[in-house]
Design a protein around this ligand. Sequence first.
Ligand SMILES: [Zn+2]
Length: 111
Amino acid sequence: MSEFDQATLERVHATSHDQRARVMLSRVAGCFFCLRIFPATEIDDWLHPGEDGLGRKAVCPYCLVDSIIADGSGHELTTDLLKAMKAHYFWPDDPSDSGREAAGFGHDGGA
Ligand SMILES: [Zn+2]
């Protein structure tokens, strides 16, 4: 499970910020939230527009989360890499968060 060390994950993650040019040059992209790998041409939504009005950060066309890694990230784009990224950035070792949102709903039905 430790195929990817933290330095590798951080290096790959760093390529996901100002990534428009990189994604445009890539053939495939992957999402480390829903773990899909798909043609980079499927990306249609972008966040964080710069001065030119073009977004810098790709949005996943499947889950709409801005957690896209392009194949130009310096590391082979594999499901294993995406899983390691997800574990590192979305699920740090803190299980106490689970269920918190669900518990917060259902208390405003007074109308
Ligand atoms: Zn996704």
